[in-house]
Structure formats: structure tokens, C-alpha cells
Design a protein around this ligand. Structure first.
Ligand code: THU
Length: 129
């Protein structure tokens, strides 16, 4: 499948606008695409009990999985608050759970330029039961 990385990043940027981040003031948006070409967006959702915060990536992944998806082909991550936004360790492992035969592409924007890496670059030895 041909993935439009720029479109995925545009969706991540859109999602960042809905970020609920009154505590960190660090907005993040993410978008994942599945084999049928559907895109699911997510933002970070913080909580007064700080540890309950959900990252943008996991919001997008959980939205997709809860709609019946089981495989993710690519994820785009964006924050208007930094020059480059990489997925945290927890989100890397959650992405790995839904990697099929095709290695997940991770798209970030660095100083306005798209950077595309395989998930294994960020998580070399993901855990699977
Ligand atoms: N955050 C994400 O949404 N994704 C990441 O990969 C890293 C961190 C959020 C969590 C929290 O709301 C804010 O960024 C600051 O840590």
C-alpha cells in the first residue's frame, strides 16, 4: 500500500489542536493508518492525577483497535511545542503490539521536514508473548 506520509502528518497536526494538556502545556497529535487506508487521529489527554495522562499515539492506536483494527502500517507524531517529537517508550511498545508483516513507519517532522524511520529504529527488540 502506498502511504501518503504528508497526509498522515497533516492529520497528526489537526489532532494536536484537540490536545488536552493544561498541566504540561505540551500539545501532541498523532495519526495512524491501517491496511484498509483508514486514518485514526489522537491527542494527548492529561489528568489532574498526572500519571493517568494518555499520550497522543496511544489515543490514536486505541481508537483504531477499539474500532476493530488489528494492524497499523504507519504513525505520524507532531507537537507544535518542539522542533521534533518522537514517540515515548511506552507508545513504541504499544505500536509494536499492532505491527503485522509490514514494519511500521514512524513519521516525525524535524524543522519542517518529514523524517521516516522504521519502528525497529526506535524499538529494536519489542516485547511479544
Ligand atoms: N506525550 C505524548 O502525547 N506523546 C509522546 O510520545 C510523549 C509525551 C505527551 C504526554 C504529556 O501530556 C505531554 O506530552 C508531556 O509529557
Amino acid at each position: 500500500m502506498n502511504i501518503d506520509y504528508q497526509e498522515l502528518m497533516n492529520n497528526a497536526k489537526e489532532a494536536a489542536k484537540n490536545s488536552y494538556s493544561p498541566f504540561s502545556r505540551f500539545a501532541v497529535g498523532a495519526a495512524v493508518i491501517t491496511p484498509n487506508g483508514k486514518i485514526y487521529k489522537g491527542c494527548n489527554v492529561e489528568n489532574s492525577s498526572f500519571g493517568l495522562t494518555n499520550c497522543a499515539e496511544r489515543t490514536a492506536i486505541f481508537k483504531a483497535v477499539s474500532e476493530g483494527e488489528r494492524e497499523i502500517l504507519a504513525v505520524a507524531i507532531y507537537s507544535p511545542n518542539t522542533d521534533s517529537c518522537y514517540p515515548c517508550g511506552a507508545c513504541r511498545q504499544v505500536l509494536f503490539e499492532f505491527q503485522g508483516d509490514y514494519e511500521i513507519d514512524v513519521i516525525t517532522e524535524i524543522l519542517g521536514q518529514l523524517e521516516i524511520q522504521k519502528l525497529s529504529y526506535f524499538l529494536p527488540c519489542g516485547f511479544r508473548i
